[in-house]
Design a protein around this ligand. Structure first.
Ligand code: UD1
Length: 417
């Protein structure tokens, strides 16, 4: 098992590049099952989660090749509608094959995803949407078994905003006879980019960027080539690194429009920005001000940046309150940050963070993807040496994070534990 050894590194400078968005690529890979033939996705980083999805697509009968940031998916021979436990248990986003398999093969068996380190994560909204479109769902032996003679357009109301359920329902609905309307759909950029891909393939989806989506059923979809949007969570992680640094840094190849809520909160904390096209230069504050934060569905503050923002608040001059309304148990990083001598107290599901003068290096353990990114940031500001173990979590969603951060002055070494 590998770990990071991090020396205090606040003297950052230069430009750091953002890769393609993991959470946009995962659904788009699954959507390629809907268009028999070879689709090509560009701006695809090398990430464990994307390899897991590629593995799953191969099991289903697709051919997936990856070379230098370009992934081709040939779904001509897809014939086997099952996502096995060993892959779904590695990555919950495997549930994304349910909608496309049901739409294309009229039957799918997908292992029921369990909980994960960030709390219980049900899939009831995914299943409710498939049922509304006419699928019969049975849960048997730990598998979701969905069957439909044909799918028929329907009205679907989501009682909670869910990225995964919105995208899965969209992929199931593209061939449904007639019109489907979705209400309270998620508006995350990853939903928009899936809509862009499906429409490019020949689907008829309107309402992008709003909570009401309308899908008119198509007969066929055709393979396409598309470049993937930049990863707003990776960009946000680097922006927080910039806020903690002693000098300005520039985050390049990002989409500032997708980062509005973070930029707003960082500004409240005292940061300044220069934005030019796809580049954001962050000028760190002399003193970090405390900021209260609620995570919310897009365009609200993303839960996937909650842990990283919390690190910034550990050094603020005063007390901040951070509440995750999306995943109320997502605070595994708190105990680890306190090992680095942060002062965070949990009051029910709210983190009360009393700023300290400095963090102090120690051994800590990564528990999930974004919590690990937070520990890397904390290690970079902590005095002395920090060791972050179980970094396989971070490789799931960040492409060579230590090389990227080292290129702007961080001192992070990957070593075998
Ligand atoms: C996606 C992201 C994840 C991010 C999350 C919220 C991917 C691969 N993952 O996860 O990084 O943290 O969005 O932005 O893109 N819910 C239900 N029933 C359901 C589905 C969800 O109650 O059937 C709840 C969840 O427990 C959570 C909320 O809805 O409280 C939002 O979850 P959702 O948007 O579905 O998250 P994911 O798509 O799983």
């Amino acid at each position: 098992m590998e770990r990071f050894v991090i020396e205090e590194s606040r003297n950052l400078s230069g430009t750091i590049n953002v890769s393609g968005a993991k959470n946009a690529i995962l659904p788009v890979m699954a959507a390629c099952l809907l268009a028999p033939g070879k689709s090509v996705l560009r701006n695809v980083p090398s990430l464990i989660d994307l390899k897991t999805m590629a593995h799953l697509l191969r099991v289903i009968g697709a051919r997936v090749d990856y070379e230098k940031g370009s992934m081709s998916i040939d779904s001509r021979d897809v014939c086997y509608g099952e996502a096995p436990y060993e892959l779904v248990s590695k990555m919950r986003a495997s549930i994304y094959v349910l909608g496309p398999l049901l739409a294309r093969l009229k039957e799918a068996r997908v292992s029921f995803p369990g909980g994960c380190a960030i709390g219980t994560r049900p899939v009831d909204l995914h299943l409710k949407a498939m049922e509304a479109l006419g699928a019969k769902i049975n849960i048997e032996h730990g598998y979701i078994h969905a069957v439909a003679d044909k799918l028929v357009g329907a009205d679907i109301y989501f009682d909670k905003s869910s990225v995964g359920a919105t995208i899965n329902a969209l992929m199931a609905a593209v061939f449904a006879e007639g019109r489907t309307r979705m209400f309270n759909a998620a508006m995350e950029p990853e939903v928009d980019s899936t809509i862009d891909l499906l429409n490019k393939m020949g689907a008829d989806i309107t309402g992008k960027g709003s909570t009401t989506l309308i899908i008119n059923g198509a007969e066929n979809l055709f393979p396409v080539e598309m470049s993937m949007i930049p990863d707003r969570i990776e960009a946000g992680t680097f922006l927080v690194a910039g806020a903690l640094s002693l000098n300005p840094i520039t985050v390049a190849n990002c989409e500032p429009e997708h980062l509005r809520s973070l930029l707003d909160k960082m500004q409240e904390a005292g940061c300044e920005f220069e934005i030019e096209g796809d580049r954001i230069t962050v000028i760190p504050p002399a003193r970090i001000k405390p900021v209260n934060l609620l995570t919310l569905p897009y365009p609200g503050f993303p839960t996937d940046l909650q842990a990283q923002f919390t690190v910034l608040m550990t050094l603020a001059e005063g007390v901040s309150f951070v509440e995750d309304t999306i995943f109320p148990d997502r605070y595994m990083h708190v105990a680890e940050l306190n090992r680095l001598q942060a002062n965070i107290r949990m009051e029910r599901n709210i983190a009360a963070i009393k700023g300290v003068k400095e963090l102090s290096g120690a051994e800590v353990m990564a528990t999930d993807l974004r919590a690990s990114a937070a520990l890397v940031l904390a290690g970079m500001v902590a005095k002395g040496k920090t060791v972050v173990s179980r970094i396989y979590h971070i490789d799931r969603g960040y492409d060579r994070i230590e090389e990227k951060l080292n290129s702007i002055g961080a001192r992070i070494t990957r070593e075998d534990a």
